[in-house]
Design a protein around this ligand. Structure first.
Ligand code: BES
Ligand code: ZN
Ligand code: ZN
Length: 501
């Protein structure tokens, strides 16, 4: 999707679709009369009669007459101008993106002015247009024979504005970079587990490394054994697939310091192991690598935008299977940190693989840690499907994170982690920790377990079990993988760059 910046002269537009935002009182929009003149003098009447609507996100598609450079116009209602904020604009453009694909448009022209208000300028809108259209137009290429022939791609977007064209172009392109990375994460989540194995995930990371010049190291089973990564190895024991610990390093400064560690759960399939999931609870567990997808997506944005902040990504990947060799409840395992773990539930495997990944990240110099994981059903009970659950051991770090999430519109809510909770995680006759203290409030036990390995390093845990995979279409995309946290993680890294300078 290439941006072309042109002046808002409607007679010069050449695109399949012209996109016009219609706020309440559109006649107050600078340049509105020029649009009316070019499209139809009846337009004000149609707004009055409700044929063209000002209600927020209501799209009306109208054909254009012969002689126009555009074949159709999408009018999208924006409601009251003063109510417009980043989230609403992003959603509007996502709705437009979806509509463009549905109407098989390959080019569009967006007039920025109607979307602006006192707090949102042209540059903000250009960025949100790129991001929103990119997110909303996502389509998963399925494996149905012949299905990809139907695929529509938006090739160019003309941006109609009088503002500095380089700045507008750059803002729109950053939006597209965000959307592309999220869409990549969505695709990883949507891919079937027989195709997306741990090795495939590693191959994807290799591609990123090649494209962006990241340092990459992928540890297989043998190296894990040499290092003593007993936790991820235990989860992998029942599998015929090789486990992979995928490590990407983005070096921004001469010295490897002030490193942000992004740690992702990459369970390519979670059967539950011997603590087997019921058959209905198992379907969909191909998405148990949503945390890994989020981290890889964030690295893609980081690779594109190159913030001045060192980042290490560590992804722990394997499937959780059953065989004569699989680990089982009552096993005691020794993690990379040296801490021993009594396994009470093989379905609480995410915290095990994350334990070794977090320790690895710390040993590799991470001064800040964020782990992202589809960790517990408990977070879905607590917060539903539109809020990511969080835990932290550091107020300041979490404040900064919340600001990033407010910027991206990805809602995060923190749950408490008390000394009493930690005691229950540490309660075992056999080992230092147990991996399943109970079902009451178990989102906290899951994340809290990972926190035992972060120790005193500033740490944030993100449980995306409810937000990583959507059962139906939502504001920013279709059903399936959402790519949640890709944008927030990348935005946080960028914010932390600005601060240190
Ligand atoms: N991968 C699941 C969590 C999950 C549930 C993700 C629903 C996405 C949708 C995780 O490994 C798991 O099975 N967690 C258990 C933990 C329990 C055994 C303590 C759970 O939440 O039931
Ligand atoms: Zn599980
Ligand atoms: Zn799992």
């Amino acid at each position: 999707m290439k941006p072309i910046i042109v002046e808002p002269q409607f007679e010069k537009v050449a695109a399949d679709v012209l996109i016009i935002g219609v706020p309440e009182h559109p006649e107050n929009v600078d340049g509105w009369e020029r649009l009316v003149e070019n499209f139809s003098s009846r337009l004000p009447e149609w707004i009055k009669t409700g044929d063209v609507k000002t209600d927020f996100k209501k799209i009306v598609r109208l054909p254009a007459l012969d002689g126009k450079g555009y074949a159709r116009v999408f009018f999208i209602g924006l409601g009251a101008k003063q109510d417009l904020n980043e989230d609403r604009i992003r959603e509007s453009f996502a709705a437009i993106g979806k509509e463009l694909i549905a109407s098989k448009a390959t080019s569009a022209a967006v007039w920025l002015e109607p979307f602006t208000n006192d707090s949102l300028g042209h540059t903000d809108i250009a960025f949100l247009a790129g991001e929103g259209i990119g997110l909303g137009s996502y389509q998963f290429e399925s494996y149905k024979t012949g299905s990809n022939e139907k695929d529509v791609r938006i090739e160019t977007v003309q941006i109609l504005t009088e503002q500095d064209s380089d700045e507008m172009k750059a803002a729109f392109e950053v939006g597209i970079i965000h959307a592309k990375a999220v869409n990549e994460a969505r695709t990883l989540v949507n891919m079937p587990p027989n195709i997306l194995t741990a090795r495939k995930l590693a191959a994807h990371a290799h591609q990123l490394a090649e494209t962006y010049g990241f340092e990459i190291h992928v540890l297989g089973k043998q190296e894990m054994e040499e290092l003593g990564m007993g936790a991820i190895l235990a989860v992998n024991q029942g599998s015929v697939e090789e486990p992979q610990l995928i490590v990407l390093k983005y070096t921004a400064t001469e010295e490897w310091k002030e490193v942000i560690g992004l740690v992702g759960k990459g369970i390519t399939y979670d059967t539950g192991g011997y603590s087997l999931k019921p058959k209905d609870g198992m379907v969909g567990m191909k998405g148990d690598m949503g945390g890994a997808a989020a981290v890889l997506g964030a690295m893609q944005i980081i690779g594109e935008l190159r913030p001045a902040r060192n980042v290490i990504a560590v992804i722990a990947s394997t499937d959780n299977m059953i065989s004569g060799e699989a680990f089982k409840p009552d096993d005691v395992i020794t993690s990379l940190s040296g801490k021993t773990i009594e396994v009470l539930n093989t379905d609480a495997e995410g915290r095990l693989v994350l334990a070794d990944a977090v320790t690895y990240a710390k040993q590799a110099g991470a001064n800040y840690l964020i782990d992202v994981a589809t960790l517990t059903g408990g977070v879905i009970v607590a917060l539903g499907h539109d809020k990511t659950g969080a835990l932290t051991n550091d107020e300041t770090f979490f404040e900064e994170f919340l600001e990033a999430s407010a910027e991206t519109g990805e809602f995060v809510w923190r749950l408490p982690l008390t000394e009493k909770d930690k005691k229950r995680i540490r309660k075992s006759d056999m080992a230092d920790l147990n991996n399943s203290p109970g079902r009451d409030g178990h989102m906290i036990f899951g994340g809290g377990f990972v926190g035992e390995f972060a120790e005193n390093t500033p740490w944030i845990h993100l449980d995306i079990a409810g937000t990583s995979d959507a059962a139906s279409a939502h504001e920013l995309g279709p059903k399936g993988g959402t790519g949640v946290m890709v944008r927030t993680l990348a935005t946080l890294v960028q914010r932390m760059e600005a601060e240190e300078e």
